[in-house]
Design a protein around this ligand. Structure first.
Ligand SMILES: Nc1nc2c(ncn2[C@@H]2O[C@H](COP(=O)(O)OP(=O)(O)OP(=O)(O)O)[C@@H](O)[C@H]2O)c(=O)[nH]1
Length: 693
């Protein structure tokens, strides 16, 4: 939508300056960038808009410096057409202004999202309410989080993820750590697999939380979402293989995450010869340097520790290195009596005895039974907290991974949870988030719709030029896009997907050069609020097929959307065809209802002005004062006037009608006086001609 090239072509010095300085405002990024990274939209757009306007010298409403009050609620989406109504402006003016702002591919039915509506309203000098559009489904819960209180910070154990190439020995390291842990020795066995486990180091007796292999998956998922679950990464490299493709992949993630790193060179017991072993370690270290890992050898801070997870050689050193590094990192979190806990979901599953359970990793605060946790579109009233699969505990501390039951629905792996004060707050925020998700879903549908409409307009433009129609004068596709067949939009809702698909297939190609059927979406189920909103912004009718008991508030919805019900597919097609035909340009035929002969011309002076009157005789039918007429001349039946009558007179009197055989004097509107004796007046009615596809 926003194209750098367009702005450059328009020779806007400000934008060019930004481009040259690589400071193009986020506002001028492609639309999809905002949705993939919604956090960057709002803070920037308004201030950029202001500076953009300043630099651009937009003059709109300059005389009136005081911003205008908004008299309407800013919708989530609006078409350019409807926006122009709200702005009380000609649609073409709005289209032009949007183009000047850098929008491309604008049509009158182009749909603009709330963020851009706000921007445009600013351009039109409207006072905007305090923005809510910076809130997205991804960040809506942030405002429930309390900021960290530095006075309440205390150390927490480091959270460590182990990464590396397949078969390089990750699991063996984890197994060793679990077996050697003071905790597992105390409880006589390995802590059962829950995606994360905590060890107490044999030497310093400090805690480390390790994310197990699924933790690796969770790590990547969370990285995708910009969250950082881990403090330290241990990169495992086999002494036999050195750096392999997955090691490189892991290095890429490590660099992107900014996490601290320790490299463990494993399987050293496999190289018995000490010299050869040292040579191999040297080679791996050089390979790490070649991959831009700042190892201690070259003055960096990444420790490289050769270990044998099988024999246990140097494993204590690895653990103590992690402790040393975490001490240096001074890993702290808030954990007071009143701290609300926060963290991430590592795993979730449905267990027959316990219902929905999730393994969560606590990053902040202490988790208690009965706490309310909000996570994604679900929440949990903590029923039980388990350390591993068997040990019930009543509290879980920061950096601890525990299994929690009591979830209404399964939370998603990688989602962040936060503790809230009550179920009511959780429910309230979930419904707010769900509404935002709907808006965001619509955003991608809107984007698709805009793209489709533009593509369609281009296609039509091309076919027009093929037909050598050269009346397209504007070189900008934007303006051409306003012409072309009228798109008549439908949203299909059916009982089953087979029907929805069949209906779509049957109607989507209906149309001709003038009107075209456009299926915005087809899906199963009773129309939801989002369907109604989508129908409203896209001017669609909703076609319901085989949907019984449609609620009244859907049929008579507040959006004014037409919702039609069908049980027979051919009836539905018939109605779609009828709707398309009703949207075709109206054509009228002239039906002659009377003929009048002009016999003579009379001239009178009225109010010092010479007036010509046609002296006529009605040869058939009846002429009335409101009649539409054509004045016909000669053998060729040339139409010398097409319009309406100004007066019919009989003698000096005005009369309203004159029937067959009657003589009368006639004057015409539009100051038409070029009639001659011998001309014929044809009185006609306009009859609408039925249009068909
Ligand atoms: N001799 C020796 N063998 C090891 C050592 N570490 C791992 N192995 C062996 O190497 C093989 C692969 O080890 P895993 O721990 O399964 O490797 P992994 O990286 O977890 O493998 P994936 O989970 O498939 O990615 C197994 O046969 C291990 O017994 C070690 O320190 N010494």
């Amino acid at each position: 939508m926003w194209k750098r090239s367009v702005l450059i072509n328009n020779k806007r010095s400000y934008t060019k300056l930004l481009i040259s300085q690589n400071k193009l405002p986020p506002l001028l990024l492609p639309f999809n960038v905002y949705w993939s990274n919604p956090l960057i939209i709002p803070q920037h757009s308004r201030s950029y808009s202001k500076s953009y306007r300043r630099n651009k010298g937009i003059t709109k409403n300059q005389k009136n410096d005081k911003p205008k009050k908004l008299t309407f609620t800013i919708p989530d989406y609006i078409s350019v057409d409807k926006l122009s109504n709200l702005l009380n402006c000609r649609v073409q003016t709005v289209v032009k202004d949007l183009k000047n702002l850098g929008f491309k591919n604008i049509t009158t039915d182009y749909i603009i999202n709330k963020e851009y509506i706000e921007l445009i309203l600013q351009e039109y000098n409207f006072e905007l309410p305090s923005s809510t559009s910076s809130i997205t489904s991804a960040n809506i819960y942030n405002k429930l989080k309390d900021p960290l209180n530095p006075k309440l910070l205390e150390s927490r154990p480091p959270i460590v993820t182990i990464m590396g190439h397949v078969d390089h020995g990750k699991t063996t390291i984890i197994d060793y750590l679990q077996k050697s842990s003071v905790v597992s020795q105390e409880h006589g066995g390995i802590t059962q697999h829950i995606g994360a486990f905590q060890v107490i180091t044999p030497v310093s007796k400090k805690k480390i939380t390790f994310l197990d292999t699924p933790g690796h998956a969770a790590f990547l998922k969370m990285r995708e979402r910009g969250a950082n679950i881990t403090d330290i990464i241990v990169l495992v490299v086999s002494i036999e293989d050195s750096i392999m493709p997955q090691t490189k992949e892991a290095i890429k993630h490590i660099k992107a995450s900014g996490n601290q790193l320790i490299v463990a060179i494993t399987k050293i017991d496999k190289i018995g010869n000490v010299k050869e072993r040292e040579k191999k370690i040297e080679r791996i270290t050089n390979d790490l340097i070649a991959n831009e890992i700042m190892v201690e050898k070259i003055g960096g801070d990444v420790q490289v520790i050769p270990v044998s997870a099988k024999g246990g050689e140097n494993m204590d050193l690895l653990e103590e290195s992690i402790i040393l590094l975490s001490d240096m990192m001074d890993i702290k979190t808030e954990n007071s009596k009143n701290t609300m806990s926060e963290g991430f979901v590592i795993e979730s599953e449905m267990k027959s005895a316990m219902g929905n359970v999730a393994t969560i990793l606590i990053r902040k605060g202490t988790l208690d039974n009965q706490s309310i946790l909000l996570c994604g579109n679900t929440f949990c009233k903590v029923r039980s907290i388990m350390e591993g699969a068997e040990k019930k505990i009543t509290k879980a501390l920061p950096s601890q991974a525990v299994v929690v039951s009591g979830w209404k629905e399964l939370p998603h792996v990688g989602d962040e949870f936060i503790q809230v004060k009550s179920e009511a707050i959780a429910k309230k925020y979930i419904s707010k988030r769900e509404a935002l998700i709907e808006v965001e879903k619509n955003a991608s549908r809107v984007e698709k719709l805009n793209e489709e409409r533009y593509a369609e307009s281009i296609r039509r433009k091309e076919s027009k030029s093929k037909d050598d129609i050269d009346d397209i004068e504007d070189d900008d596709a934007t303006d051409n896009a306003i012409t072309g067949p009228k798109m008549v939009n439908f949203i299909i809702k059916a009982d089953v997907s087979g029907s929805a698909e069949a209906i779509k297939e049957s109607i989507q190609d209906l149309g001709n050069d003038e009107v075209q059927c456009c299926v915005i979406s087809s899906s199963v189920g009773i129309p939801a609020e989002s369907d109604l909103k989508m129908a409203e912004i896209s001017n669609s009718e909703i076609l319901c097929f085989n949907l019984e008991n449609l609620p009244n508030d859907i049929i008579n919805n507040k959006h004014g959307v037409v919702v039609k019900k069908f049980n027979v597919i051919y009836k539905l097609i018939e109605i779609v065809v009828e709707t398309l035909e009703n949207n075709m340009k109206k054509i009228f035929e002239k039906n002659i209802v009377a003929t009048v002969d002009i016999k003579d011309i009379f001239e009178f002076t009225m109010k010092k002005k010479l007036v010509k009157i046609a002296g006529c005789k009605v040869s058939n039918g009846q002429i009335t004062r409101n009649s539409k007429v054509q004045v016909i001349r000669g053998e060729n039946k040339d139409v010398v006037y097409d319009g309406t009558l100004s007066s019919i007179k009989h003698g000096k009197d005005d009369i309203s009608t004159a029937s067959k055989g009657r003589e009368c004097g006639i004057t015409f509107n539009d100051n038409f006086e070029e009639f001659k004796a011998g001309d014929k007046i044809q009185v006609y009615e306009e009859v609408e001609v039925p249009r068909h596809l």
